[in-house]
Design a protein around this ligand. Structure first.
Ligand code: SAM
Ligand code: DTB
Ligand code: SF4
Length: 330
């Protein structure tokens, strides 16, 4: 297996991205096979526990209070509602349950309630992930003590393009929270969004930031912008789907041992495009009817697609190996 690198230069990454498509995909697939069983996909299910009225101004997001979207804000969900959704996700085959909240950063009281949710979800035998915005050191320590498995915090795009997408926080704010998470030993889920009008160089620079973190994020979500009416990015020229595959393939080469997640945007993708992404090294998806505020790819269509591609999802595999009762994750 190749050595993990953290010293990628921008031009090296741009050269990878610019290769003939077949060369890039062949290289990505070889790297993928050297580190993973290429016929197995990890399923994470998302639940938005607090919807809308967010003070941040992220141009892509339906939940910012600064944009006029159709979304109705909702208060933090009750513990039992969250646990019921987690039970359903587990029954459907998910191994990780991810909670999202439309916060800039949580208060300590809000964190108390999220911690109760994390403890309840862990007790169901699911891996836990939360995305709550920026955190202080003390909050990170509390999440660690609660047994949180993953924290999702995306860099979203390149340092150069960031200011055109988000103005209420800086790239450095983002990096600071990532450092706190990694230093505390919580596994990191960190990626970005493609198709926001960024250049290939921006995509390369995002991947450079991710790959040159002190440790590669254990999960790397590659989202395709879901264009939401009323957000500033609504109507952006769509990204060439093959450029999306190129970027995902390059993420696989740079972070060979990470789970690269084909994330938001699958509902809008054809099966052939998803199949190319799985070949290029995607080995995780969001599974379930909803992402946070928008529809995800239909679960029945997903199951059929996995079947057609001979892809096993992780829980199926674990149950075959260890039996249905023993496939506790975590
Ligand atoms: N408020 C927290 C934060 O921003 O860190 C957590 C929730 S936020 C919705 C989580 C991530 O969802 C964002 O960082 C962004 O990468 C992704 N996201 C949000 N809206 C999206 C959209 N319309 N299309 C694709 N990805 C999106
Ligand atoms: C991530 O990278 N993508 C997810 C999750 N982490 C939190 C969110 C996707 C959101 C898509 C738009 C929506 O449903 O609002
Ligand atoms: Fe708020 Fe997160 Fe949406 Fe930005 S991405 S507006 S921080 S919910």
């Amino acid at each position: 297996m190749s050595q993990l690198r953290h010293d990628w230069s921008l031009s090296e990454i741009e050269d990878l991205l610019a290769q003939p498509f077949n060369d890039l995909l062949f290289q990505a697939h070889q790297v993928y096979r050297a580190h993973f069983d290429p016929n197995r996909v990890q399923l994470s299910t998302l639940l938005n526990i607090k919807t809308g009225a967010c003070p941040e101004d992220c141009s892509y997001c339906a939940q910012s209070a600064r944009h006029s979207t159709q979304l109705a804000p909702e208060r933090l969900l009750a513990l039992e509602t969250v646990l019921e959704k987690a039970r359903q996700a587990k029954a459907q085959g998910a191994t990780r349950f991810c909670l999202g909240a439309a916060w800039r950063s949580p208060t300590d009281k809000q964190l108390d309630r999220v911690i109760a949710m994390i403890e309840g979800i862990r007790a169901l035998g699911l891996e836990t992930c939360v995305t709550l915005g920026m955190l202080t050191d003390a909050q990170v320590q509390r999440l660690k003590a609660a047994g949180l498995d993953y924290y999702n915090h995306n860099l979203d795009t390149s340092p150069a393009f960031y200011g055109q997408v988000i103005r209420t926080r800086t790239y450095q704010d983002r990096l600071d929270t990532l450092a706190r998470i990694q230093q505390a030993g919580i596994r990191l889920c960190c990626g970005g969004i493609l198709g926001m009008g960024e250049s290939r160089r921006d995509r390369a620079a995002l991947l450079q930031q991710l790959a040159n973190l002190p440790q590669h994020p254990e999960s790397v979500p590659i989202n395709l912008l879901v264009q939401v009416e009323g957000t500033p990015l609504y109507g952006t020229d769509p990204l060439d789907p093959l450029e999306f595959v190129r970027t995902l393939a390059t993420a696989r080469i740079l972070m060979p041992a990470s789970h690269v997640r084909l994330s938001a945007g699958r509902a809008q993708m054809r099966d052939e495009l998803q199949a190319l992404c799985f070949f290029a090294g995607a080995n995780s998806v969001f599974y379930g009817e909803r992402l946070l505020t928008t529809d995800n790819a239909d679960s029945q269509r997903d199951r059929q697609l996995f079947e057609r591609l001979g892809l096993q999802f992780e829980r199926q595999f674990l149950e075959e190996v260890r039996g249905p009762r023993a496939c506790h994750q975590g």
